[in-house]
Design a protein around this ligand. Structure first.
Ligand code: ATP
Ligand code: MG
Length: 157
């Protein structure tokens, strides 16, 4: 295949799952190609340490910071395992390499653009919409990625 590093930004939505199937369909059995399935966990996914402590006026100590790190770590690990399962289903025996990544970033668009630059991504396949409730032409993450990366982006339903 012409494309060697294909990224599927994944948010567990139906459109993103369909992007995953399309990416496997395109890359298929090319052993020289790799599919990068990447979920960006926004910085606000777990409440700030002071909120984890349960009270605004409790001073932040090392204990609660560790607790925060552990919560974030556990969240990322659980999500990664869940995505691995979906990916194995979509792979359906295809021989290409796969890398499942769950990363924290300030926001999905920034995290996706950074990953594209750092991993020589040559094609992005993503959902036209995601988990958002509003129905429209294009979700804000898809729109942001189209604006901020220079590689081809395929958006799918
Ligand atoms: P909005 O978020 O603007 O309300 P939406 O949720 O319907 O709208 P997007 O968030 O733009 O639409 O989702 C479009 C595609 O972007 C998804 O199918 C998925 O491929 C990708 N995507 C969205 N959020 C993430 C994320 N956190 N990490 C990785 N990929 C994501
Ligand atoms: Mg969304």
């Amino acid at each position: 295949m012409f494309f060697k590093n294909v990224m599927v930004p994944y948010d567990e939505s139906e459109h993103a799952t369909s992007a995953l199937h399309i990416a496997f369909g395109m890359v298929g059995d090319d052993p020289g190609a790799q599919i990068h399935v990447v979920m960006i966990v926004g910085a606000g996914a777990v409440p700030a340490p002071s909120l984890v402590g349960g009270a605004f006026d409790t001073p932040i100590d090392t204990g609660s910071l560790m607790e925060y790190d552990n919560m974030m770590g556990a969240l990322v690990e659980r999500t990664r395992n869940e995505i691995e399962r979906v990916v194995e289903d979509a792979r359906d025996g295809a021989q290409c390499k796969v890398n499942v990544v769950v990363r924290t970033a300030s926001a999905p668009v920034e995290g996706i653009a950074e990953y594209v630059a750092d991993h020589s991504i040559d094609l992005v396949v993503m959902g036209r919409r995601g988990l958002g409730a509003l129905r429209g032409m294009l979700g804000s993450v898809s729109f942001g990625v189209l604006r901020s990366v220079d590689v081809p982006v395929l958006t799918v339903k």
